[in-house]
Write a protein that binds this ligand. Sequence first.
Ligand SMILES: NC(=O)C1=CN([C@@H]2O[C@H](COP(=O)(O)OP(=O)(O)OC[C@H]3O[C@@H](n4cnc5c(N)ncnc54)[C@H](OP(=O)(O)O)[C@@H]3O)[C@@H](O)[C@H]2O)C=CC1
Ligand SMILES: CCCCC/C=C\CC(=O)/C=C/C=C/C=C/[C@@H](O)CCCC(=O)O
Length: 329
Amino acid sequence: MVVAKSWTMVRHFEGAPKPEDFKLVNTELPSLKDGELLLESEFLSVDPYIRPYSKEKLKEGDIILGSQVARVVESNNAAFPVGGYYVAYAGWTTHFISDGTGLDALPSNWPDNLPRSLALGAVGMPGVTAYYGLLEICKPKEGDVLLVNAAAGAVGSLVGQIGKIKGCKVVGSAGSDEKLTFLKEIGFDEAFNYKTVSSLAEALKTASPEGYDCYFDNVGGKFSDAALQQMKDFGRITVCGAISQYNDSVPPSGPYIQPYILFKQLLMQGFLVWTWKNRYPEAQKQLLQWIAEGKLKYHEHITNGFENMPAGFIGMLKGENVGKAIIIV
Ligand SMILES: NC(=O)C1=CN([C@@H]2O[C@H](COP(=O)(O)OP(=O)(O)OC[C@H]3O[C@@H](n4cnc5c(N)ncnc54)[C@H](OP(=O)(O)O)[C@@H]3O)[C@@H](O)[C@H]2O)C=CC1
Ligand SMILES: CCCCC/C=C\CC(=O)/C=C/C=C/C=C/[C@@H](O)CCCC(=O)O
């Protein structure tokens, strides 16, 4: 008999998630039926979308939503043999039973020397987000100036490096000086700490006096208000995330952006990564190749211990992570 440990939501988040919003519960799992398999989570992912989506998708007492890399430990389904690894979307739990629906095998050419946790990061959902969000919407060209915020995080750090691969000058903003050092190490041309600069407008102008062709926005809010005004004519903006606003219960009122979009003839598009669900393999193949060639560096911020998962999530939302925030069970 297997006991699954799971983190559940005690109450809906108000403002920033707090440790008391989470409760650890133990559940005895039943024996497997025909066609079923038992999986054990090895790595779990803490992602920003959990904050806004939990309000819409969870009720109090539910297991917190999220994804993991899990190993099949028992199987009554020949299509999923014991020892296989899958990306699953089973929520914050150590063990779960599946009939195989919704399990994604790791890319078949997974190199032996790469940690499987990358299937939740640089070669997983955040990697695909960076890849298509940048290439399909910003459409960067050689010599373009690309701006990305939350630049030292899972998505942002990849966006900047893909921008460099495509021949852009890349400017990043992040929330600590340690992160600025990291950005320089992975090839960003300019980086500034948005928390300590006296003026966002000045910092953006100093980093690129001629303005920006491409802006990959992970943050929204005041940062975007400032960035929009620094776009070049015909600039392209990818609206990937709005993390500065996920804890707001009342939408803030901000500057009205239409005149900037109109006068500069900007293109601005939001997207959700599952739009490209059918094209994951194509992006993953390219991401794996760039990693193998040393053109794309990955960094993981590891929290050890399933019992520390809420702390890992809360810390990521506060900006404690450099690279992808991962929990090792
Ligand atoms: N559209 C889509 O399909 C997807 C969108 N996303 C979005 O991409 C963004 C980045 O996600 P991901 O890379 O996984 O997360 P990160 O690894 O970048 O972690 C989140 C980071 O956000 C930054 N941050 C937190 N609060 C604020 C704030 N108030 N202002 C500015 N920055 C803040 C912190 O970095 P710092 O120290 O710099 O403040 C923190 O490290 C998120 O907005 C997420 O929702 C992600 C995946 C798919
Ligand atoms: C209800 C308001 C929602 C606002 C949008 C919030 C955030 C944008 C964002 O971060 C979206 C992320 C989407 C993630 C999708 C994940 C799923 O495809 C499952 C991921 C499993 C995996 O790791 O592959």
